[in-house]
Design a protein around this ligand. Structure first.
Ligand SMILES: *[C@@H]1O[C@H](CO)[C@@H](O)[C@H](O)[C@H]1NC(C)=O
Ligand SMILES: *[C@@H]1O[C@H](CO)[C@@H](O)[C@H](O)[C@H]1NC(C)=O
Ligand SMILES: *[C@@H]1O[C@H](CO)[C@@H](O)[C@H](O)[C@H]1NC(C)=O
Ligand SMILES: *[C@@H]1O[C@H](CO)[C@@H](O)[C@H](O)[C@H]1NC(C)=O
Length: 395
């Protein structure tokens, strides 16, 4: 018996060795330290990171860019593909941006034209935002610096972003443009409630996108779904503090494209300004925002739990020559419960030119944290409701 067991162990070990060897051959590691990077919190590691990326990108087969523990100072970098094989960007340490408002780029770290990318490893992006936020003056001053987003992805396909943390971004934390089939899981994005424009995740012109099991506590939208996005699924996300999960703002420019197929479910909003929001500018630019489902959502002390704002104007005065031309339709709100800190828990301020169509509400059970009953407020809404609803619907 003992001999048999011993034999089985040997076989098992041999198989294990073979599998590991095969894996080692398949996956090559590019440790940034071998390119001169130093995790001492002082050395600028731009060149070392770019050289490691370049070698990894040129390898046929899977390569890993490895950032070990330590604090790696990093100026702005752009990791550009297409690459010859899949790439894992394995960050275990902290990447720290230079202090101050500007890096002379829109994004601090950018991945562009990469197919099959994985960013993971439990590491942290530290944007050093506190040194940049006082320079966020663009709403008052045209001569303002461009504050960079911490990590941006453009034309990236078949990607997974998981187990990373981003703190104190100068502008937004993560941004995606023209990406397809991206899964974001177990990320933590943190900045103070009063930090300006520190959106958690911005998604534009992208499709087949999933965000799940993540915590976003920031000074602007937890997730913003922008023009041209399709099939976005958000689940098990905790948002707060922040401005909620928003579609838009839409209709801000003539090229604005349709947004369709959004599901937000099993999410919690805590102490946020908004829960689920759709916002559009008053402008002549036409597009369609349709097929959205918001369900199984908990609101905890949220100021505007359900809000559609088609007269969006964050820094008045706005031009407002016309009502919004973004058509909002086929939107379902189902099983939304918890507390509202303001009296108007459901606010649907739709467009006079293109009223909201086919809005469905069922089982909305909110209660007021202050005095008196909750109310809904509607203008230009066509909708139906089912089940018990508090506040009572206004359409
Ligand atoms: C993302 O998740 C979905 C659903 O689990 C899966 O079908 C898809 O292949 C995943 N994409 C990537 C790039 O891992
Ligand atoms: C938006 O959707 C409408 C209706 O489906 C379509 O006619 C229009 O071409 C779409 N816009 C763009 C830019 O694809
Ligand atoms: C609505 O969105 C869901 C989820 O993204 C998608 O599966 C479905 O096909 C869409 N329906 C239509 C009619 O576009
Ligand atoms: C609504 O929520 C309150 C407080 O959480 C709860 O007591 C009540 O049973 C709920 N009503 C329905 C119809 O679910």
């Amino acid at each position: 018996m003992a001999r048999q067991l011993g034999f089985a162990r040997v076989i098992f070990f041999a198989i294990f060795l073979l599998v590991s060897l095969a894996n080692a051959q398949k996956e090559k590691i590019f440790d940034v330290r071998n390119y001169g990077a130093k995790g001492d919190g002082r050395t600028d590691n731009r060149k070392a990171f770019l050289r490691a990326w370049s070698d990894a990108c040129n390898l046929k087969g899977t390569s890993r860019v490895y950032i070990p523990r330590g604090v790696f100072m990093l100026g702005s970098v752009e990791f550009v593909g297409p690459c010859k094989g899949p790439i894992v960007f394995l960050m275990t340490g902290t990447l720290r941006a230079p202090a101050g408002p500007s890096l002379n780029t829109q994004q601090w770290i950018t991945f562009r034209y990469v197919n099959k990318l994985i960013v993971k490893g439990g590491g942290t992006l530290d944007g050093q935002g506190a040194s940049a936020w006082p320079y966020n003056t663009c709403s008052k001053n045209n001569n303002c610096p461009t504050l960079p987003i911490s990590m941006g992805f453009a034309f990236v396909t078949n990607a997974r972003i998981k187990q990373i943390k981003s703190i104190n971004s100068k502008n937004g934390h993560l941004s995606f443009f023209a990406c397809k089939n991206v899964n974001v899981t177990n990320v933590e994005l943190i900045a103070p409630a009063e930090s300006p424009n520190t959106d958690g995740i911005k998604i534009g012109s992208s499709s087949d996108f999933r965000i799940s099991r993540s915590k976003i506590s920031t000074g602007d939208d937890c997730v913003a779904i922008l023009s041209g996005s399709k099939n976005i699924d958000i689940s098990y996300v905790y948002c707060g503090p922040g401005h909620g999960i928003s579609v838009g703002s839409l209709g801000g420019s003539p090229g604005d494209d349709n947004v369709s197929g959004l599901v937000v479910k099993h999410c919690t909003f805590s102490g946020t300004d908004n829960g689920v929001r759709i916002k559009t500018w008053e402008s002549p630019y036409k597009s369609i925002a349709s097929n959205f489902t918001f369900e199984d959502i908990v609101m905890d002390k949220v100021r505007n739990p359900i809000i559609v704002d088609q007269t969006y104007c964050p820094h008045p005065p706005c031009s407002q020559q016309t009502s919004s031309h973004v058509q909002i339709r086929d939107v379902t709100y189902r099983n939304i419960r918890g507390t509202s800190s303001s009296e108007i828990a459901v606010s649907m301020d739709c467009s006079k030119s293109v009223p909201c169509k086919n809005i469905v509400m069922s089982d909305i059970n909110l209660s007021h944290l202050g005095q008196g009953p909750l109310k809904s407020s509607c203008s230009y809404v066509d909708g139906r409701f089912y089940g018990r609803n508090n506040p009572p619907p206004c359409f």
